[in-house]
Design a binder for this molecule. Structure first.
Ligand code: HEM
Ligand code: HEM
Length: 186
């Protein structure tokens, strides 16, 4: 039986899912911005493959979070701090769902196809003469493309706020917020 989160100790599953999804998302955000800013097309299939695979873990993470409810604060936060952390946690959890879905639809509907390390999931629709992808639904693909980029930047800002909060709690307030997310009993 898997333990649920308590104020004193988080479930091992909460800790595992937080760090696996968190670190993979940061990696995908770095690869995503780098590859699109510099047009490094060799990185696209890697970004897409990891993005599709992590979605399976994200679904478990989000299900587990709602079965458990949100965490109780590890220390006494001010009301503003508490509300800000709630907003940031919501932005992060929603972004983890929106990012893989929008990416998948942008590539699929855009005719570029989606493969997971070579295993084809949605076939590409390339015009061999013009040597470019023919969209199945250009408007939908473009809407999902801007969603992916805009939600991506909102998520990146939220990650910085989240990181700043974790650092503040650990080094300035010297409370147990970070230690608890590292699996320690407080
Ligand atoms: C949790 C999963 C994901 C995260 C966090 C993520 C994050 C990002 C970010 C931050 C960018 C850069 C946006 C920009 O500034 O231009 C990007 C670009 C991109 N992502 Fe994702 N992504 C994820 C999943 C996916 C998936 C599943 C696919 C497709 C199957 C995908 C396809 C793409 C493509 C094609 C681009 C380049 C867009 C362009 O060149 O304009 N992503 N991603
Ligand atoms: C190195 C970077 C990170 C650090 C140091 C960190 C640290 C933490 C800490 C200490 C908590 C507990 C907060 C509390 O007790 O109120 C937490 C919760 C949370 N973190 Fe992170 N985090 C990081 C990256 C991420 C990323 C990239 C995401 C998602 C994209 C994320 C999503 C969340 C969410 C949604 C919660 C709420 C609790 C839960 O759902 O498990 N974190 N994080």
């Amino acid at each position: 039986m898997i333990n649920k989160d308590t104020k004193q100790k988080l479930s091992g599953l909460t800790v595992l899912l937080h760090w696996v999804v968190g670190l993979v998302i940061i990696t995908l955000a770095v690869i995503g911005v780098y590859m699109s800013e510099n047009e490094v097309f060799a990185l696209y299939p890697i970004h897409k493959s990891i993005g599709v695979l992590i979605f399976a873990v994200i679904v478990i993470r989000v299900y587990w979070r709602f079965v458990n409810g949100w965490l109780q604060p590890a220390a006494n936060y001010t009301k503003i701090e508490y509300n800000l952390s709630k907003i940031v946690h919501w932005v992060l959890i929603v972004a983890t769902i929106v990012m893989p879905i929008s990416g998948f639809i942008m590539s699929g509907a855009g005719g570029y196809g989606v493969s997971v390390f070579g295993l084809e999931i949605v076939a590409a629709n390339f015009d061999p003469v013009a040597k470019k992808a023919i969209a199945h639904n250009a408007a939908f693909a473009s809407f999902m493309g801007s969603t992916h980029v805009n939600a991506g930047w909102i998520m990146i800002v939220a990650i910085f706020l989240h990181l700043a909060g974790a650092i503040k709690h650990h080094f300035i307030d010297k409370d147990s917020t970070l230690k608890r997310m590292l699996g320690k009993k407080i």
